[in-house]
Design a binder for this molecule. Structure first.
Ligand SMILES: *Cc1c(COP(=O)(O)O)cnc(C)c1O
Length: 466
């Protein structure tokens, strides 16, 4: 199994190199040269298997032998043994043929743990085998940062720097990043938005000298390994709900397009998926794209669902690569045009092809509150604001009612307690193991939205203890 860059000018790599590289050298994102196929027999054989066993089966062809089977199996076992619920990703019925898949049973209470807990182990394993160390830099709108820090803490061959927009992450998210006592962990508050943080990270990667000197690596959702590992829960949900005989649909609260792209990848691998529904908050660039074919930037407005407050969805480039027939030069032109003018489009036939699988809906903060309240009143379930957007998008875009619709619940309600309490009057409690989060001491640095300042900080911090 080999991987190519969406911009066509970076070396073709095997999985272990893609894992460590994060972003491709030409600024593109790695995608598999071809999609491995799950056949009906493979899916049938997964019925009744544990989450960890299915994870091993799904991930194995993508890893392509770069991690030995026995090691990969041990890592998938260890990863999902660390989740709070024995089902790992429990499916709850919320309507006649409507389901909620809880993806918040991991250490930091958001779906990002599914990928990052395993990515951290894969990094440590590959680095140790090579006798190398890396500097991981990442931008977060909240959940990636805590999940990445939790996955990399105490790893001897990794330094991790996480940039978050000051004052725009929830207190729980912030404390999950700033209360980790580990010398290799650096949480940095940036005076700017999430997109500013993301641009700073891209800027560091585009500085070839700095990239090489620090041996930079990324674990934000541009890293292929994360998308790959997220394919697993789509397969698990489908198998539990009757695949390969029955189709399944998914509704996904979306920001960087990493999660729902994993659903699309699962479909490319042969999983019988009918619909992929994209849910956005009022930062609705993706929703507008799927309605009109035009990708048009606008300002970012803070919402109750901060992990989706972004204007440029980096993983969209992976879908674009497919939409443009795998033509890296065409992807480059498209992205250049978007960066230059803030608006670019695809033609009607390409949009129509994408819309055979994708549909999209948006929900503002008032709607989000209403959905949280309604869900609580009708089922007793507490939804976090992101999950509520997925549930609502599922209702708005539902096609064939005979096909089970799975809304992905991406965060635990206790991660966004203010919004949940305002909607329901219930203050959701953190799990017992985290109940002292607000008593722990915070450590973090605050930096301006300035690439030079951030690079100096990284150089100094890595130099200080290596
Ligand atoms: C990151 C995140 C999202 C958005 O996921 P993408 O892969 O960026 O689309 C949605 N909900 C929560 C809770 C998140 O943490």
């Amino acid at each position: 199994m080999k991987y190519v860059s969406t911009r066509g000018e970076a070396p073709v790599l095997a999985f272990d190199d893609v894992l460590l590289a994060g972003l491709a050298e030409d600024g593109g994102l790695y995608v598999p040269e071809e999609w491995p196929q799950f056949f009906a027999d493979d899916l049938t054989a997964m019925a009744g298997r544990s989450y960890a066993e299915i994870a091993f089966q799904v991930i194995r062809p993508f890893v392509g032998g770069t991690i030995a089977d026995a090691d990969l199996e041990r890592m998938t076992d260890e990863t999902y043994a660390g989740f709070d619920h024995p089902a790992v990703a429990p499916l709850k019925q919320i309507g006649t043929n409507d389901w909620l898949m809880e993806l918040f049973q991991g250490p930091t209470l958001a779906f990002k743990d599914f990928a990052l807990q395993l990515v951290g182990r894969m990094f440590a394993h590959v680095l140790e085998a090579r006798g190398e160390r890396v500097t991981i830099v990442g931008a977060t709108s909240g959940d990636t940062g805590s999940a990445a820090i939790e996955a990399c803490r105490d790893q001897e061959n990794i330094d991790i720097f996480i940039l978050f927009p000051e004052g725009r992450v929830s207190p729980v998210q912030q404390r999950q990043m700033t209360t980790v006592e580990s010398a290799n962990v650096h949480a940095i508050a940036v005076d700017g938005t999430f997109d500013d943080c993301q641009d700073l990270v891209k800027g560091m990667f585009n500085d070839a000298q700095f990239r090489k000197a620090q041996n930079l690596s990324a674990v934000n959702s541009i890293n292929w390994a994360r998308v790959m590992i997220q394919i697993v829960y789509y397969v698990v949900a489908a198998v539990r709900l009757g695949a390969p005989e029955r189709q399944v649909s998914f509704a996904v609260p979306t920001g960087n397009f990493g999660n729902v792209f994993a659903g699309w990848a699962a479909w490319k691998c042969g999983l019988p998926i009918d619909q992929l529904v994209v849910g956005t908050n009022s930062n609705d660039i993706l929703c507008r794209f799927f309605e009109t074919g035009e990708m048009k930037m606008s300002g970012v407005e803070p919402t109750l669902s901060p992990s989706m407050d972004i204007q440029v969805s980096s993983n969209f480039e992976r879908l674009l690569f497919d939409m443009l027939g795998g033509d890296g030069a065409a992807v480059r032109d498209w992205i250049d045009e978007f960066r230059k003018s803030g608006v670019v489009s695809v033609d009607d036939s390409r949009l129509a092809a994408a819309r055979e699988k994708f549909s999209a809906a948006r929900l503002d903060d008032d709607g989000t509150q209403r959905v949280i309240r309604e869900m609580f009143e009708t089922t007793g379930e507490l939804l976090d604001p992101h999950s509520a957007i997925g549930v609502d998008a599922a209702r708005q875009c539902r096609g064939d009612k005979a096909v089970p619709m799975v809304a992905l619940a991406t965060a635990h309600p206790a991660k966004f307690p203010a919004a949940v309490a305002a909607a329901t009057g219930i203050h959701p409690a953190l799990p017992e193991r985290m109940s002292d989060l607000f008593d722990r001491e915070e450590t973090f640095d605050t930096l301006p939205n300035d690439i030079g300042a951030v690079q100096d900080f990284v150089r100094h911090a890595v130099g200080a203890h290596s």
